[in-house]
Design a protein around this ligand. Structure first.
Ligand SMILES: [Zn+2]
Ligand SMILES: [Zn+2]
Length: 158
């Protein structure tokens, strides 16, 4: 699920909206210093290692699970290509391995301000996960303050 909040900065009164939860094909990441948003592909564009178990009528599409050594791993060049081509991002596909996600973070480089890209889901927060409040990396785009008033304006269901 994705959420949109109407926010107002307590420090400078700037009003803005903040959407959270990413989209079908991407995750949102945010700079931990300035709050700038960026995106990473949600799924790896390769067959799902868990296989495919369609309903009976579609059984010709069934695929067995893929063993660890048979998973197509992307090299750095391919990861770079994927990262820079959102047309390759898919809602389906496979899970990323941790080392692939780390490699993509490295390829993306630091934010212009020098800060690091962090994921909202790094911090487990029930209120955040339920969409009751903006994630912990949210900042005012005007003055970068984290002192924010907010109200939920929209819920976008998958
Ligand atoms: Zn930054
Ligand atoms: Zn502000």
């Amino acid at each position: 699920m994705a959420y949109s909040f109407h926010c107002a900065c307590i420090e400078c009164n700037y009003e803005f909206s903040s959407s959270q939860g990413g989209g079908f094909t991407w995750y949102d990441y945010y700079c931990d210093q300035c709050g700038t948003a960026t995106t990473f592909p949600r799924r790896a564009p390769r067959p799902n290692r868990l296989g495919v178990k369609p309903p009976f009528v579609l059984r010709s599409r069934e695929r067995a699970a893929i063993s660890a050594e048979d998973i197509t791993r992307f090299n750095e060049e391919e990861l770079h290509e994927i990262l820079n081509n959102p047309t390759l991002w898919t809602k389906w596909g496979d899970a990323w391995d941790d080392f692939e996600q780390e490699a993509m973070l490295k390829l993306k480089g630091a934010c212009n301000c020098g800060g690091e890209w962090r994921s909202p889901s790094e911090v487990r927060d029930e209120q955040q996960e339920r969409g009751n409040k903006p994630h912990w990396l949210t900042r005012c785009p005007n003055c970068r303050s984290k002192q924010i008033k907010y109200s939920l304006s929209k819920v976008i269901t998958d």
